[in-house]
Design a protein around this ligand. Sequence first.
Ligand code: PBG
Length: 336
Amino acid sequence: MTLLSARAARPGIHRGRRLRRSASLRALVRETRLAPAMLVAPLFVRPGQGVREPIGSMPGQDRLSVDELAREAERLVRAGVRSVLLFGLPEAKDAEGSGAWAEDGIVQSGVRALRRAVGDELAVIADVCLCEYTSHGHCGVLGDSSVDNDATLPLLARSAVSLAEAGADVVAPSAMMDGQVAAIRAGLDDAGLADAAILAYAAKHASAFYGPFREAADSAPAFGDRRSYQMDPANGREALEEVLADVDEGADMVMVKPALPALDLVAATRAAVGVPVAAYQVSGEYAAICAAAERGWLDRRAAALESLTAIARAGAGIIVTYFALEAAGWLREEGR
Ligand code: PBG
């Protein structure tokens, strides 16, 4: 029987409240369940020792020295979170972003420390982009008039190889250069790193919601903006083209970013591809909830869990979120 004819056959009014009467009934019929294992914690690695440097625009988040990163990883494992996404603040920057592929680079050191501390307990994902490492803050090398796509590809591939060699399970290209997934796959395979997986930031909008991240990672472009390589937030069909292109190029998983402003794309991506779909609840989404909660305008926990549930409901099986550690604790408490 179709849904419509079933409804027509049912006499009287629709009694939707019958199954909302108690917490146990609501739990029984809940369609979307969050679990700590689907959460990925983004972490920022910086030089130094014993340093936890608070990030002003992201309350509760710190830039961590490598030793503190290992301690944070142990905390995440205890809470049931199974994956981290690493970003780096290098000691120095240059025009090419060479810190991104340095063997003793900041994220490379972080990856090795994580492996020593927690072994395989955490899946280690390393962001692959040049913006944290270039003196001009763009995601690739500069050409005559803008970022040079094809000159950037070998540098991204080199970074990915170096991160996988350090022990990253997954590399996550976020530069929005055309062909970056294919270039990275070829680079990894040529280096004998066929087991390293690629999580492609496939549909990534040029979003105002990345603002706090750029303070956190010191990666704001020194001039101009990223609209010549990141996507126009007005475009959904184009986002799907990006997703399909990345799957064709060899992406093992695809990501939509930001999350709440792009839930339609999360759902469309889920329907269009068979690979795991991730969504990134970005820095501005996190900061907005934190700021409103600090003013007493929103309940931090309820707003965070509702947003994460909505992102999962839209179709994301993997959610990158700055709430990861906290949310894992809340989920345990609630026994969801
Ligand atoms: C690197 C990168 C950015 C984010 C993830 N990877 C910044 C940007 O594209 O400007 C944003 C993440 C966030 O806002 O939490 N390109």
